[in-house]
Design a protein around this ligand. Sequence first.
Ligand code: F6P
Length: 320
Amino acid sequence: MQRLGVLTSGGDASGMNSCIRAVVRKAIYHGIEVIGIKRGYSGFIEADMGPMNLGSVADIIHRGGTILHTARSKRFMTPEGRALAMENVDRFGIQGLIVIGGDGSFTGASVFHQEHGIPVIGVPGTIDNDIAGTDYTIGFDTAVNNVVDAINKIRDTATSHERTFVIEVMGRNSGNIALSAGLAGGAESILIPEIAFNLEDICSKLLSGIKRGKLHSIILVAEGAASGIEVGKQIKELTGFDTKVTILGHLQRGGIPSAFDRILAARLGAKAVELLMEGETNKMVGVRSGEVVATSLDEVIGKPSSISQDMYQLAKVLSI
Ligand code: F6P
């Protein structure tokens, strides 16, 4: 392996920069050159790429987003788009590709590998924590901390006005952000797509909370479970409570990456380089029970992500 390419694809996630840094520095440490590909697969097709050196990744370990920029490319989903990308692989002498992204990005990488034979390694980078084969994805911990910060602030105003707040969080089809942030933020109820919920039960719980003197209530809604606005409307109708809705949106995705995300990014980025050096391909690096592991992309792509039932039950018990 003399030269590898690296790109970030899909929604950005805090810690992607720490991962790019790890890939570049680990590769250079072993005498491997790195080509940074801009705007995900879009830049790959359009030859928006160039060499990276130690200085290219200086002072980025603590920055959110991705210096390589990111995109979701429709063209890369076509054989014609992938053939153009392959021309750039030859032109730039790339012998292996590291893709930092989520499920859609890995699908592209795997198909590209099957069609053109270039070794590919995936690194899970998404706030959603919805990837099989790893306990955590890069960006999840920072996003959860962002949501918990928001809950802390909303609590102040919720208590002052004795209001009910519905907070809608991201996660696509996964309830992991809602569940972790709900447990850490002390939410009264957590609505996630993986577990059926009944709004009447949630309202009864709110009413009994108010009866025993609670000053406010916080309901966390994963975007994949329901619309926060709809939930807020129905709670207001069913209880008559002054109910406000906050949709946290892209605030969740930005910000300084947590130490957890930086360490995860460093370990996974370095492992991705090692795998390419060992001649591996079509694999994703991940962390399971604290250990860095590699899993075939075939066992990762399209596989349902799981949530911790224990954590869900615990959040219920603690919010009685
Ligand atoms: O996959 C990350 C994510 O932030 C999801 O949680 C969310 O549903 C989606 O991306 C939003 O995408 P966009 O930034 O394109 O609106």
